[in-house]
Design a protein around this ligand. Structure first.
Ligand code: SF4
Ligand code: SF4
Length: 93
């Protein structure tokens, strides 16, 4: 399943997308340790498989919570995306 977490406001769209089908097979859960804001949580999906989701308390605050990884001058690589070897994570901004 493609899961989108985030929101849009007057300044743009702020979504983290996770391909949870890749999380089911993931042996490392590297995203959980890589994110300095601890935004990734392991949860059970509707099929009782372990997948990763963005922490509910952070879903409406992604622009602020990810700001440390995304300086206004631009960024090269993000810890979460770099850590996720299966390539399950993308960001909309
Ligand atoms: S590292 Fe990637 S594939 Fe593994 S649990 Fe995290 S998001 Fe899913
Ligand atoms: S950009 Fe940084 S703070 Fe945002 S989810 Fe990725 S690792 Fe975590």
């Amino acid at each position: 399943m493609i899961a989108n977490y985030g929101y849009r406001d007057g300044s743009g769209e702020y979504y983290v997308t996770i391909d949870t089908a890749l999380c089911v097979e993931c042996v490392g859960r590297w995203c959980v340790e890589a994110c300095p804001e601890r935004l990734f949580e392991i949860e059970m999906d509707d099929y009782d498989d372990e997948v990763v989701a963005i922490a509910p308390t952070a879903r409406k605050l992604l622009k602020e919570r990810c700001a440390g990884c995304k300086p206004t001058g631009g960024h090269v690589g993000l810890p979460c995306i770099s850590a996720c070897r299966p390539g399950a994570i993308s960001h909309s901004w």
